[in-house]
Write a protein that binds this ligand. Structure first.
Ligand SMILES: Nc1ncnc2c1ncn2[C@@H]1O[C@H](COP(=O)(O)OP(=O)(O)OP(=O)(O)O)[C@@H](O)[C@H]1O
Ligand SMILES: [Mg+2]
Length: 384
C-alpha cells in the first residue's frame, strides 16, 4: 500500500525555488533514504512532509488522506532531528513523555507508552537521568523515544547519527535497522553517509539542486546509475571518469578508444551514438586491476597508495592527467611513482553521453550475477 505520496511538490522561499516538481511514492513499511549534496533540499523536503514548512505547489498524501494543509500534529508523522533538541532541565522520562502530556493523555497511558519506548530503546535504567548525564548515542535514543511514543505512521529522520563518533554511528545504525524491523513502520531518513544509505535503505532517493535524479534500490543505483551525477554520488571511493571516444557501435555494444590507445567494448545500448562521438567512461575502483587483468589495459602512474589492511586504494593518473582509483587487496605491492598497466573489462563499465546520461546496460546486474555464478564450479549442484 502507498503510505506517502508526493505529487508535483514545489517549495520556494520568496523568489528562490528550492524544490522542483517532486513526484515520489513511498510504500507502507518501506525504509527510504534521501541523499544528495549539501543544500540540495533534503531537509526541506523532509520538513515539508512533516508540515514544518508549507509547500508552494503540489499535494502530499499520507495513506488515503490529503495532508497538504494539515498541521504537523495532525499528519501522523514524527521527526527526529540531528540536534537531539532535548529539554536539559527534564529527566529522560519527562523528555519522552512531554508531547503526550501536552496532549493531556491520562497518566497511566503516558506511563505505559514511555515504558514501552524505553524498553525498545534500552533506556529503562536511564529514565531518571538528565540529558547532560547521557552519552551522544543515549541522547539520540531519547530523541527517537520521543518519536516512538506518538506511534506515528511515518518516522522522519534528519541525519540523526551525524553528531556521533564513528563507532557509535555503526552501533546506532544497527539499532535503527532493528527498530525498523520491530516497529514495522515507514521510515524516511536523510543522511550524508554512504554506508548508512546503502545498508538501511529499501529505496534511495538521490536529490540534486532540488530535483530527484533517480529513485531505486541501493544496488540498482550502484549498478545502473541513470546519469553521471548519480554514478559519481553513489559509491565510496567514487567512480573514476575518463574521457574516451567511440570507435564503433554495434548490437554488441559500443567500442571505445581508451587513454593509451587500447580498445574496449562496453556492452551497452549505443542507440544514437556514432563513431567519433565523445563519451565518458565510468569505472568503479573494484573493477580495475592494478595487475593488468582484464580485456584491455590503461597505462597510468601510481601517485598515492593507501594501505587499509584488508584492502589497498591506489590513486593513479593517466598520461593526459585523468584520475583513476583502483581497489586492490590488502597485500598490494604497488609503490607510489610506479608505472602501471591497469586492467579493465567492458561488462563492468559505465558509459555516459555528452549530456551525462548513461547508455543503458544490455545485461541487468542480477542476470549478470546469475550468469557468473553458473560459471563457478559447484554452483550447478546448488542450483540443482
Ligand atoms: N528559510 C530559508 N530561506 C531561504 N532559503 C532557505 C531556507 N531554508 C533553506 N533554504 C535553502 O534551501 C536549500 C535547501 O536547503 P536544505 O536545508 O533542505 O538542504 P540539505 O540538502 O538538507 O543540506 P545539508 O545536507 O547541508 O543539510 C538551500 O539552498 C538553503 O540555502
Ligand atoms: Mg539538511
Amino acid at each position: 500500500m502507498t503510505e506517502l505520496n508526493l505529487s508535483g511538490v514545489e517549495k520556494a522561499y520568496g523568489d528562490i525555488k528550492v524544490l522542483h516538481d517532486i513526484h515520489l511514492s513511498i510504500e507502507s513499511r518501506e525504509f527510504v533514504v534521501f541523499v544528495g549534496p549539501s543544500g540540495c533540499g533534503k531537509s526541506t523536503l523532509l520538513r515539508c512532509i512533516a508540515g514544518l514548512e508549507s509547500i508552494t505547489q503540489g499535494q502530499i498524501r499520507i495513506g488515503n488522506r490529503d495532508v497538504t494543509y494539515l498541521e504537523p500534529a495532525d499528519r501522523g508523522v514524527a521527526m527526529v532531528f540531528q540536534s537531539y533538541a532535548l529539554y536539559p532541565h527534564m529527566s529522560v522520562y519527562d523528555n519522552i513523555a512531554f508531547g503526550l502530556k501536552m496532549q493531556k493523555l491520562p497518566k497511566e497511558q503516558i506511563q505505559a507508552k514511555v515504558q514501552n519506548a524505553a524498553r525498545i530503546l534500552q533506556l529503562e535504567p536511564l529514565l531518571d537521568r538528565k540529558p547532560k548525564a547521557l552519552s551522544g548515542g543515549q541522547r539520540q535514543r531519547v530523541a527517537i523515544g520521543r518519536a516512538i511514543v506518538h506511534e506515528p505512521e511515518i518516522f522522519l529522520f534528519d541525519e540523526p547519527l551525524s553528531n556521533l563518533d564513528a563507532s557509535l554511528r555503526v552501533q546506532m545504525r544497527i539499532e535503527i535497522a532493528k527498530l525498523h524491523a520491530d516497529l514495522q513502520a515507514t521510515m524516511v531518513y536523510v543522511t550524508h553517509d554512504q554506508v548508512e544509505a546503502m545498508t538501511l535503505a529499501d529505496k534511495i532517493v538521490v536529490l540534486n539542486k532540488g530535483c530527484i535524479e533517480q529513485v531505486g534500490s541501493p544496488l540498482e543505483l550502484y549498478h545502473h546509475p541513470r546519469n553521471r551525477f548519480v554514478a559519481g554520488f553513489i559509491g565510496s571511493p567514487q567512480m573514476s571518469f575518463l574521457q574516451v571516444s567511440a570507435a564503433s557501435v554495434s548490437t554488441e555494444g559500443v567500442e571505445v578508444i581508451l587513454p593509451g590507445g587500447g580498445r574496449l567494448r562496453v556492452p551497452v545500448n549505443g542507440d544514437g551514438v556514432k563513431a567519433g562521438d565523445a563519451l565518458t567512461l565510468g569505472l568503479r575502483p573494484e573493477h580495475l586491476s592494478e595487475l593488468g587483468q582484464g580485456e584491455a589495459q590503461i597505462p597510468a602512474k601510481a601517485l598515492v597508495v593507501e594501505h587499509l589492511g584488508g584492502e589497498t586504494f591506489t590513486h593513479a593518473e593517466t598520461a593526459d592527467g585523468a584520475d583513476l582509483m583502483i581497489k586492490g587487496d590488502g597485500m598490494s605491492q604497488v609503490k607510489a611513482g610506479q608505472q602501471l598497466s591497469i586492467g579493465v573489462s567492458g561488462g563492468r563499465c559505465h558509459l555516459f553521453n555528452a549530456q551525462g546520461q548513461a547508455l543503458p546496460h544490455r545485461v541487468h546486474y542480477t542476470d549478470r550475477a546469475a550468469e557468473e555464478a553458473a560459471q563457478l564450479p559447484g554452483s550447478a549442484a546448488v542450483a540443482g
